[in-house]
Ligand binder design. Structure first.
Ligand code: AMP
Length: 598
């Protein structure tokens, strides 16, 4: 069993007092996670004892852990939806939390096609900041000299809305970047970004990206690390450079700003930094004009030591592309977090993506784990599952994460499946295995089987006038090109070959599918340009039978065979692709506005 006791000694004398304190906190929290968890649960229950939710289950401030576990059910978002809707509609009574709900965080997980709304309290910002404050002290143990330059991070805010009751609803990072915790952060030589706040906080994604890229190019020799939150975001930035380098070089050559940048705050700060630099403009043209974008990151930012992006979970699909653009620079996955709660960090941020483990910090929330084989009964209220505490999980086993937070979520199933890989002191470390029920994902979108099925049904309505139906389908997330896109394979039954569906109609089926997909998908298509047009590939009749024959030849049972609704195994994709008779792309953008549909 892998047990780390204590963090490695720093390579250089500790950067500062603050680093020492952060590392000491990690040590304290991980030495006796059981005791920390006991304290955290006690704090949560006593502060929220008077809430409607805890009172419903007879929980009071002094309730012990076993009684809490015996009385409070394990829940999903759907179980809490009525209460969440009341808060959204303006009910200010203490339903989940004794502290006022400050805003809603809109997760990338959806319910009925819309982002889930997570009520949060102001104080959670401190907890998020605390976790962020641990990242650089850990990184400094492995990579020296990060105070000698800057970080080129592509960070973005997204659209905000208001609920009927007047609370703001926005993604957790949009909330964080707009907070004083971020905006008025004190100067820290280890956290100097090339992107000015004005560029990060501009809600127009083109202007924001343009300004961030321009600043990154201007400071190219100072950049020591390049990052984004997720791998898909960094690749989007590279794609942006591919499309916009001529204009960026033009601005740098002349010291003038692209007229498309109309945001006044961005204009102000670009005015400060943008000076005519023909040599730099020549250099950018020389590097970008060819077809060869191999190692473009290290060519433009030659002092980059690592890429700071999450490449675990659904993002693993981007590792080869990142390796191509960076010449195999280390990929640092530093933290594991969600709208509901920030969970923990990677104490060995330079480890290979396949070996990344996150240490859940026991002071962030109260954590429980459903052993994977028992997760199905979790949904049944008759037979409560046996949940394991953070300190009691076992190496090698897989669990679903359940959280009880200061903001008032109680025994809430996050939907993430984790595997225990070892311990740091006595705190378990987890590999992120997968998100439950996600079939397709390109960026932060998460499409499940039911959503895909519904989208197919809605699109196939268009085929009725051709007396045609979709008899089988499967899908995959094509990330070969940036942005990636969904590919759906269709086998059709055309009853009258003289009246088969027109090309135009099949193109429109692509759009009809997109219209049916959830709002995170449509936002990616419309506002973020992080997902490309959906593609339908029509395959020959009998293809899905061949797929079954193939599975049976590899040992599948004929009784239990089910068509896989998502494929990524090369021989199967090759089989499908070799049977394609026509290819169709969505001809337009689906509908999306920040407002929720319901
Ligand atoms: P959201 O609530 O939209 O912020 O999404 C949070 C979800 O993103 C988590 O529950 C995970 O499924 C996923 N996620 C966050 N951090 C990581 C990570 N480091 N590795 C893999 N998946 C992650």
């Amino acid at each position: 069993m892998a047990v780390d006791s204590g963090l490695p000694s720093p390579m250089s004398p500790l950067a500062c007092e603050r680093d020492a304190k952060a590392l000491q906190l990690i040590e304290e929290m991980t030495r006796n996670p059981g005791a920390v968890q006991e304290r955290v649960l006690g704090e949560i229950l006593s502060r929220n004892a008077e809430t409607e939710y805890l009172r419903r289950y007879g929980i009071s401030g002094g309730t012990d852990r076993n009684t809490f576990k015996a009385r409070v059910p394990v829940v999903t978002y759907e179980d809490l939806k009525p209460e969440i809707q009341r808060i959204a509609n303006g009910d200010r009574s203490p339903i989940f939390s004794s502290h006022p709900i400050s805003e809603f965080l809109t997760s990338s997980g959806t319910s009925a096609g819309e982002r889930k709304l997570m009520p949060t309290i102001h104080e959670e910002l401190d907890r998020r900041q605390l976790l962020y404050s641990l990242l650089m002290p850990v990184m400094n143990l492995y990579v020296p000299g990060l105070d000698k330059g800057k970080g080129l991070y592509f960070l973005f805010v997204k659209a905000e809305t208001k609920t009927p009751g007047g609370l703001v609803a926005r993604p957790v990072l949009t909330s964080y970047y707009n907070s004083d915790h971020f905006k008025t952060r004190p100067y820290d030589p280890y956290n100097v970004y090339t992107s000015p706040n004005a560029a990060i906080l501009c809600p127009d994604s083109f202007q924001s990206m343009y300004a961030q890229m321009l600043c990154g190019l201007l400071a190219r020799h100072q950049v020591l690390r390049v990052g984004a939150v997720f791998a898909s975001g960094l690749l989007r930035a590279i794609r942006f450079l591919q499309l916009n380098w001529p204009q960026l070089a033009h601005d740098i050559r002349n010291g003038t700003l692209n007229p498309r940048i109309t945001d006044l705050s961005i204009q102000d700060c670009m005015h400060e930094v943008l000076k005519a630099d023909p040599d730099l403009a020549d250099f950018i043209c020389k590097e970008c004009e060819g077809e060869n974008w191999d190692r473009i990151i290290t060519r433009i930012w030659p002092n980059t030591k690592y890429l700071d992006v999450i490449v675990t979970g659904a993002m693993a699909q981007y590792i080869p592309t990142l390796d191509y653009y960076s010449g195999g620079l280390p990929l640092a996955c530093t933290m594991y977090a969600s709208s509901e709660c920030y969970f923990g960090l990677n104490l060995k941020p330079m480890s290979k993506p396949s070996e990344v483990s996150y240490t859940i910090m026991p002071n962030m929330a109260y954590f429980e784990f459903i052993p994977l084989s028992e997760s199905a009964p979790a949904l049944s209220h008759d037979s409560p599952p046996r949940l394991v505490d953070l300190a009691d999980v076992e190496v090698g086993k897989e669990y679903e994460l359940v959280i009880t937070t200061y903001a008032g979520l109680c025994r809430y199933q996050v939907g993430d499946i984790l595997r225990v890989t070892g311990f740091h002191n006595s705190a378990p470390q987890f590999e992120f295995v997968r998100r439950k029920n996600v079939l397709l994902s390109i960026d932060s979108d998460k499409t499940d089987e039911a959503e895909l099925q519904k989208a197919i049904e809605n699109a196939s309505v268009l085929l009725r006038e051709f007396d045609t139906s979709v008899v089988e389908y499967t899908s995959y997330a094509d990330t070969e090109m940036i942005p990636g896109h969904y590919v759906i394979f269709w086998e059709l039954m055309v009853r009258d070959p003289a009246n088969s569906p027109s090309r135009d109609m099949l193109d429109r089926c692509c759009l009809a599918m997109e219209e049916s997909l959830n709002s995170v998908y449509r936002q990616g298509r419309v506002a973020d340009n992080s997902i490309g047009p959906l593609e339908i590939r029509v395959v020959k009749n009998g293809t899905f039978e061949e797929l079954m024959d193939y599975a049976l030849s590899r040992g599948a049972s004929i009784n239990q065979y089910k068509v896989p609704r998502c494929v990524n195994f090369t021989p199967i994709m090759e089989l499908l692709d070799s049977r394609v008779t026509s290819v169709h792309f969505s001809p337009a953008l689906p509908h999306w506005t920040p407002e929720r549909r319901r």
